[in-house]
Each structure stands twice: as C-alpha cells, then as structure tokens.
Write a protein that binds this ligand. Structure first.
Ligand code: UDX
Length: 478
C-alpha cells in the first residue's frame, strides 16, 4: 500500500540536555534528521548557549546553527532559560540546580512547547518532540499536546537495559549492589553481568537528587513512542532486540559525521587547542591520547600517578587535562617542574578536538575514562584503549570494551593506581606482542561499526522515520 503523506512537514522540537557528552550526539542527531528533509527547532539552555558561543566565537550574539542553515538544512535555533542567572555556579550548587531541573524546568519546557504549537506558522507543520532519555518531562508534555515523543539514549543498550529493569534488579536484591559481587543472568538480552559492572548509580544505597532524576527519567521513557540509541546493532544485538520487545527501540549509531572534518555546528563548551603541528612531529601510532572526559572529578593522587606513569613509560602522550578535573581551582595540579621534565615526550592541553586527535595517524592508543562517545570515536578510528572508568555508565561501558569486545585493557586491577602499573599498561598497549590481539579484535569491531553505517544503522534509522511518519499521521487523526 502506498504511504500516505501528510501535507504538513514533520518538525522536530529538540531540547538539548545540558552536559557535553549529551550535547555532541544530540547536535549530530539534529543534523542527521535535517539532512533527511525534516524541519528542526533546536533548543539549548541559555547557559549552554553562552558557554559554547563564548568559547567558540568569543561572542554570545551568534546563531550556532547559521552555517548549517546556509548549507541548506532547515534548522531554527533558539534558547530556553534553566531558571538561573548566567553567573550562577551550577556545578558548585549541584543539588539546587538538579532540584530545579527536576521540578521547575518541566514547566518552562511546557510553556515553550505550547508557544511553538500555537505560533502562526504552526499550521504548516506536524510537530513532535525529541529529548534526551535523561529528561524527566517528555512523556507528560507530549501527552498534553498530543504529539509524538522520541527519546534519544546516548549510551549503550546494555546500560539502558539495566536502568530499564531496575524493578527486577531491586526485586532480586541486586540494587543497590552494596559491594556485593554476583553474576546476574535474568535481565532480558543480557547473557551475564556482574553487579560490580553496574553503573555507579546502582551500586550504593545512598540516594541523591541525581539518583532521583535518573530513576524518574527511566519511568518517563517507558511512555516514549520511539527510542533511538547511539549504538550499533551488531555490537549489542541481544540487548537491542530484547529492548525492542518492549518498545520500538532503534540502534542508529554511531551518530556522528563520519569524516570527522570541521563541523558546521559548534558544540564544545571549552575552547579547543589544536595539537596537529605537535602530532606531525611524531611517528605513526607512537602517541597515547589521554582524556578523562567532560565531567568526572579525579583524585589528585591518581592524576599524579598517571603523570609519573606516563613519563616512566617513555611513550609519547597527548593529555587533555580539563580545568576542574580534580577540584574547582586545580589549574596548576601539575607543577612547572613536572612540565619541564616532559620535554618533547608529551603535550598537555585543557581541551582539544578529540575527533581530529583520534583520527590523527600519530595516535596509537587511548587512555580513557570510558565515556560512551569516546569509546565510539575510538572504535571508529581503530584506536585500542586502556580503561579507567570513573563513574556512571563508564563502569559498565568498560565491561563491553575489555571483557566482551576485547579491544581494551584495564588500567589497574584494584581501586588504587600506581605509576609502575600505569607505565606497564601503557607499554603493553603501545608496544608490539601482547597488544597484537587487541589490534586484531579492534579491526573486526571497527569493521562492524563501519559496515553498520550504511547497513543496519541506516536501515534502522529509515525504519524509524517511516514509523515516525505513520505515528504522526495517526496522532493528527486523534
Ligand atoms: C558522560 C558519560 O560517561 C558518557 O557515557 C555519556 O554518554 C555522556 O556523559 P563524558 O565525560 O562527557 O561522559 O565523556 P564522553 O561520552 O566520552 O563524551 C565526551 C565528548 O567530548 C566526546 O564526544 C569527545 O570527543 C569530546 N571531547 C572530549 C572533546 O571534544 N575534546 C576533549 O578534549 C575531550
């Protein structure tokens, strides 16, 4: 039967989630959808707009999407307030900020969406909502306005599945894990996982406002019409198909521009250093890239042991040491004395264009905190990893990289990190011999990801678009 098209154009309202590792794939999704002919209204919160535009353009009076629009994509860009003045220290007052995100922000989004739906141009469009799975408001708002609700999950299906089956884990006494180490085999689509590999939010019995948000979000997502996941079906086949039994769940990853060239849309919250000239002086595969991501705090002791371990290994390194990695005023955590000892062996920068770094031929390994975006980018570039997960999903992501796919090794067995062990693991990863197996596995996982791009992920995305259009049409008849 021929598809019945609505005369109104589908128009996605995409309200971003305020964390770096969520903003990057969300912007990529907006571009992907717009390149399929959709109209998008992309919304950052004002604070995020200021951070990105100040760091990338040195001006806050910019439309971050103007270049994308000039290239023919139909993307409007606007902002919404998170309820706090720009100068408010969100990180330093996390509880207050998170509480407002949970309680007040949904009302702001409601008003915002209501205004769009009642605007003059609204009769030309069929609106729908796309929000990060961590948002606690989409289902209520979508229901109120009778619009389709798409949830975007930026982490692996394995992690989604554990949160999704929280009730089952609680019923069996495995959440909170409370230091217990037991293998779980009853979650649909997960053959076996040890409780020690659970995300940090399922580990302890403490209950913070962040736990409340995470758990509320996973109740909310059960009412989503569609769930898009930034993973590759072949890499998480069983988890994806088990989730699909509950709700339409599509593996559409990796959602990033494949050539990793300059992007038309700025998305970094910090200014990016360019290390290309330094990398040019290094031979292929000789540099270890080190980054602990955009969010986590690390013990000063760990940073100092990593610093010494890097020197001991005698391997070249490019280290992103983000301001605030240890505490709010840690800019000088590494002494001038240390920096002098590095000489030409290493380069330390506050932030970089990670995609460009990982795809540089000089890079031969990645010491990573196991953020999901970093893992996907590393696989895309065929760079094996040393894993040092810090919190949240990173702990569970490590299992995929080291235990399941065998494309990385652990930094240390226990909690403590010693410089000797750091040096040893770096030598294993960057040297020949023991790392050959890793490189072979990486080749096959990378192939799977590359093939998925024109294969399963593209098919799944097209199926999603078809299902979405049908759902939109059925809503308009309600
Ligand atoms: C957290 C979670 O752990 C992660 O799994 C989730 O998907 C997002 O939030 P985060 O610390 O942000 O992780 O790490 P990651 O997911 O790796 O995302 C960081 C992003 O910032 C990557 O896309 C990376 O390319 C980018 N980045 C990082 C830079 O552009 N420059 C840098 O210097 C460092």
């Amino acid at each position: 039967m021929a598809e019945i098209e609505s005369p109104r154009k589908p128009h996605a309202i995409m309200i971003s989630f305020h964390l770096q590792g969520h903003i990057i794939p969300f912007v990529n999704l907006a571009i992907k959808l717009a390149s399929k002919g959709f109209t998008i209204t992309f919304v950052h919160n004002e604070f995020i707009h200021h951070q990105i535009s100040k760091s990338q353009y040195n001006s806050t009076q910019v439309d971050i999407f103007s270049e994308a629009r000039n290239s023919g994509l139909d993307i409007n860009y606007t902002t919404i307030s998170d309820g706090f003045p720009l100068e408010f220290d969100r990180g330093g007052n996390l509880n207050q900020f998170a509480e407002s995100f949970l309680i007040d922000f949904p009302t702001r989004v409601d008003e915002f969406v209501g205004k769009i739906l009642h605007s003059q141009s609204s009769s030309s469009y069929n609106y729908f909502l796309i929000a990060d799975t961590l948002c606690v408001w989409p289902a209520k708002i979508a229901k109120k306005y009778n619009i389709v609700n798409v949830s975007f999950w930026t982490e692996p299906a394995l992690v989604f599945s554990l949160y999704y089956h929280l009730d089952l884990l609680r019923k069996n006494g495995h959440v909170p894990a409370n230091g217990l180490e037991e293998n779980i085999t009853y979650i649909p689509g997960i053959q076996s996982i040890s409780t020690k590999d659970f995300m940090s939010y399922l580990q302890g019995s403490e209950s913070t406002i962040i736990h409340t948000i995470m758990f509320a979000a996973f109740e909310e997502v059960k009412n989503a019409d569609f769930i898009l996941c930034n993973t590759v079906q072949e890499l998480e086949a069983e988890a994806v198909s088990a989730l699909n039994e509950n709700q339409p769940f599509y593996a559409v990853g990796p959602v990033f521009p494949t050539d990793f060239s300059e992007s038309t849309v700025a998305r970094s919250l910090l200014p990016e250093s360019d290390s290309t000239e330094w990398l040019k002086t290094k031979s292929p595969g000789s540099v270890l890239y080190v980054s602990f991501g955009s969010l986590a705090k690390i013990d000063e002791h760990v940073i100092l042991e990593v610093a010494e371990g890097l020197l001991l290994s005698e391997v070249n390194f490019l280290w992103v040491l983000r301001p605030g990695t240890v505490s709010c005023d840690d800019d000088e955590i590494l002494t001038v004395g240390y920096k002098n000892r590095i000489k030409d062996q290493g380069l330390i920068v506050p932030w970089c264009k990670q995609n460009l770094v990982l795809s540089n031929p000089a890079i031969g390994g990645f010491l990573t905190h196991c953020g999901w975006n970093s893992i996907l980018e590393s696989i895309w570039c065929g760079v094996p990893m040393i894993c040092y997960p810090l919190f949240t999903d990173q702990i569970t992501n490590r299992k995929l990289v080291v235990d399941d796919w065998k494309i990385g090794i652990n930094l240390c067995g226990g909690i403590s990190v010693s410089r000797e062990e750091v040096a040893e693991k770096i030598k294993i990863l960057m040297g020949g011999g023991k790392s050959d197996g890793l490189k072979e596995e990486m080749k096959s996982v990378r192939n799977m990801m590359q093939n998925a791009l024109d294969g399963s992920s593209e098919r799944n995305f097209d199926q999603f678009l078809k299902d979405l259009k049908a759902k939109i049409l059925s809503k308009t008849k309600d």
